[in-house]
Design a protein around this ligand. Structure first.
Ligand SMILES: [Mn+2]
Length: 312
């Protein structure tokens, strides 16, 4: 590990926040993702990179499981998603405040309402690098599915109708502090939201045109021109091509290659500015055993790359 970490205390501690939660989308099984990642040896792998790793077990959400959680407007499972994300915000915020690197394993991407809120509690100047096939920026009004994993960014930015259940989220992320890489399945309303708010996004078109190295450089130039702001990296495995990471709920062809995904993680690590990492939407119940094994292995590998593993 040659890079200095500007915001993580020595000795460097990675705090694994296991979030077996699937309420932000409709397909069962994504709540097995973090369990499989840990069972695949992720903790030992990170220790092998020189990190101290803390893992207190997977968060248990039964006590706040939905005992009747009717929709609010179009939002599905609105109360449990809110309460789970709030608990995650507190866990991530606590670890960040202690100078550790929170590594949140999802679970579905609605959890990022929590992880990013937790990061901003400790690092109010943090920027967000969001790697995804989707923009996840529908509002409670524009969503077609009602699945909240397609909306976390609108809550964090304070877009759309205010839902009192979500009043704990301080809409303090500025649109200029967010950048996307990997987009290729963006709803019409989301395209309008991105344009209206001048949010920088590098779709697969730009990855093809410029190459991943240039795209990451341009993305960081946008949100972090002086390379002095903390970075929250939120990585949805569906950003990868389904041939690379098949076991995920909403796969979209034409995605990042294995190396492009890893390059992003390596380049963010090299900045020394990473303060929080999410790895989301690994769903071990989808596809055959070989595909699940492949997806879990890629997930572990991405986390290692973001925590300093290099090819040489
Ligand atoms: Mn996502």
């Amino acid at each position: 590990m040659s890079s200095q970490s500007h915001f993580i205390a020595e000795p460097k501690i990675a705090a694994i926040v296991g979030c077996p939660f699937s309420g932000g989308q409709a397909k069962p099984g994504v709540d097995r993702g973090p369990i499989n990642l840990v069972e695949a040896g992720l903790i030992q792998q990170l220790e092998g990179l020189g990190w101290k790793v803390e893992f207190d077990g997977h968060h248990q959400f039964e006590e706040i499981s939905a005992n009747g959680d009717p929709p609010i407007g179009k939002l599905r499972n609105p109360r449990i998603v809110s309460r789970v994300s709030k608990a995650v915000a507190e866990a991530v915020g606590y670890h960040a405040k202690m100078g550790k690197l929170p590594v949140t394993l999802g679970g579905d991407h609605s959890l990022a309402m929590g992880t990013i809120s937790g990061t901003l509690d400790t690092h109010p100047n943090a920027c967000v690098v969001w790697i995804d096939a989707h923009a996840d920026i529908n509002t409670p009004e524009t969503t077609e599915s009602g699945n909240i994993h397609g909306m976390p960014m609108s809550f964090l930015l304070g877009l759309g109708e205010k839902i009192s259940e979500y009043s704990w989220i301080q809409p303090r992320l500025q649109p200029s502090s967010l950048v996307y890489i990997g987009l290729r399945d963006v709803d019409a309303a989301e395209k309008r939201i991105l344009k209206e708010n001048k949010i920088k996004a590098f779709s697969m078109h730009e990855v093809d045109k410029y190459g991943i190295g240039k795209v990451v450089e341009m993305a960081l130039d946008h949100v972090n021109p002086k390379r002095d702001r903390p970075i929250h990296l939120s990585f949805d495995v569906d950003a990868l091509d389904p041939s690379v990471a098949p076991s995920t709920g909403t796969p979209v062809r034409g995605g990042l290659t294995f190396r492009e995904g890893h390059y992003i993680c390596e380049a963010i690590y090299e900045t020394g500015l990473l303060v929080a990492l999410d790895l989301m939407e690994v769903n071990p119940s989808l596809e055959d055993a070989a595909s699940v094994h492949q997806t879990v292995a890629v997930g572990c590998s991405l986390v290692r790359a973001a925590l300093g593993e290099t090819l040489l």
